[in-house]
Design a protein around this ligand. Structure first.
Ligand code: PDD
Length: 281
């Protein structure tokens, strides 16, 4: 496998970053994950826009023009012969002796890109049966709209899910509302058939998949509400699902060990999954 590291394309075995990279020492870095489908980047423009926003929120300049970043993403995909999978990009504040304030004078940002193949049959099979989720207190900081690599709470939540035999963990805030999953956005369809997902404030990541699914649902004439929802609403609802570039639309059939409805993926999730790729970037 080939990675892009600060201007060079290297085999993973030879690719490395400095021990004083601020991404490594402080999680002083932001990232993007973009789906690759049939060799093409899905929603590249939206991912690069979100990267620009994350960088500006942490007061970093763009390491390259977004068009140049896009070219690097595509080159890494090409060199790894990824037809279906994901491409990962990370920008760090660069290398400097460990000290909390920004390096002064500024140092060059770090830029790495990797890609890997994922067999689409895996997701298809998972979507056919549906997934289980667990819930866990949202113990993250208040700016999770910034796509920062500081993901320790997400890692611990995901691991807790795996140990419970579940695929995802849903974070619950102090008011008993679900915010989002450890690496996915959360959705329900209410008893009245209304599609509900949490508003894109500072408490969730503004998922690219979330945005596209919202637009797709509206185009299909579904009633959509962006508002917080509780676990009780999940249990009382018709269906639930998650979205992310890595999972696409994935039906949820079990929450905290309790089966939802008839335990089968819901029709809305199935429909949205099947039409998801019909949108234009
Ligand atoms: N995760 N919420 C969180 C906390 C995420 O980390 C992600 C993406 C999403 C979905 O965003 P999008 O639809 O833009 O992928 C929501 C990526 C896939 C990851 O960390 O691997």
């Amino acid at each position: 496998r080939i990675a892009y590291v600060n201007g060079r394309y290297l085999p993973h075995g030879q690719a490395g970053v400095h021990i004083e990279d601020r991404g490594f020492q402080f999680a002083d870095a932001v990232y993007e994950v973009c789906e690759v489908k049939d060799g093409l980047l899905v929603d590249e423009g939206r991912h690069l826009q979100r990267l620009t926003r994350s960088l500006s929120e942490i007061r970093m300049a763009e390491p390259r023009h977004p068009a140049a970043l896009g070219a690097i993403l595509r080159e890494v995909v090409r060199r790894n012969r990824v037809r279906n999978g994901i491409v990962y990009l990370q920008v760090t504040r660069g290398v400097a002796p460990r000290n909390h304030p920004f390096p002064n004078p500024e140092v060059a940002p770090g830029l790495i890109v990797t890609a890997r193949s994922i067999n689409p049959a895996e997701g298809r099979e998972r979507a056919r049966t549906g997934i289980a989720v667990i819930t866990t207190p949202d113990n993250r900081w208040e700016r999770v709209d910034i796509k920062s690599v500081g993901l320790l709470p997400n890692v611990l939540a995901k691991q807790k899910a795996r140990e419970a035999g579940a695929f995802e963990a849903w974070f619950i805030d102090e008011n008993d509302y679900i915010t989002e999953g450890s690496s996915t956005n959360a959705w329900i369809v209410t008893g009245e058939g209304v599609l509900v997902t949490r508003p894109a404030d500072h408490s969730i990541l503004r998922g690219v998949t979330r945005m596209v699914v919202l637009e797709t649902a509206e185009d299909l004439g579904m009633t959509v509400e962006e508002r917080p929802f509780t676990l009780a609403e999940v249990r009382a609802g018709r269906e639930a699902f998650i979205t992310a570039s890595s999972t696409l639309v994935m039906p949820v059939v079990k929450v905290d060990g309790e089966t939802l409805g008839d335990g089968l993926p819901g029709p809305v999730a199935i429909r949205l999954r099947s039409v998801f790729h019909d949108h234009a970037d």
